[in-house]
Ligand binder design. Sequence first.
Ligand SMILES: Nc1ncnc2c1ncn2[C@@H]1O[C@H](COP(=O)(O)OP(=O)(O)O)[C@@H](O)[C@H]1O
Ligand SMILES: [Zn+2]
Length: 157
Amino acid sequence: MTSSDDTLVVVSADHSHAFSFGGYSHRGQSILSIANQSYYDSTDSNGHYYTVVSYGNGPGHKSVPQNYTDEYFDVDRVYESVFPLDSETHGGEDVQIFASGPMSHLFTGTHEQTYIAHAMAYAACIGQNKAHCSTRRDTTTPLPTYQLPPTQPAVII
Ligand SMILES: Nc1ncnc2c1ncn2[C@@H]1O[C@H](COP(=O)(O)OP(=O)(O)O)[C@@H](O)[C@H]1O
Ligand SMILES: [Zn+2]
């Protein structure tokens, strides 16, 4: 749909959620299932099995400790949360950002969120710092071959 020669595509998120998936489940195990099934140390400190997925808050809170022994792979399952809320809140983790196309090299590493808008403006030649915009890259003409300067004879004084 677009060409990476002339179109910068930036993909990111506005926030995370109070979601986690943990435990030491074996390779290939569904994250919708019970954690640590292949380990002897597979239960929590109550001796109960627990799910890979859990939430910090939200509708899945249980006031009584649960022992999750089922094989329940339904994606609509409401997973357990620490704090009871009608709906789960946003989270505070860093979110990822992916970019391709011109100036996509600006979107690497870890940045404060407002950096993204400035970097996109810079890449799109909007706002300040537009000096780089006047040197348009002609993609049809091959880049010139760099010529080494002729060797100068040594001058001995
Ligand atoms: N305890 C829970 N178990 C399973 N899914 C949950 C639980 N708490 C929240 N979710 C799901 O997490 C998702 C949060 O996404 P959403 O509310 O669309 O986020 P936002 O609109 O803020 O980006 C919803 O699909 C919601 O059903
Ligand atoms: Zn959101």
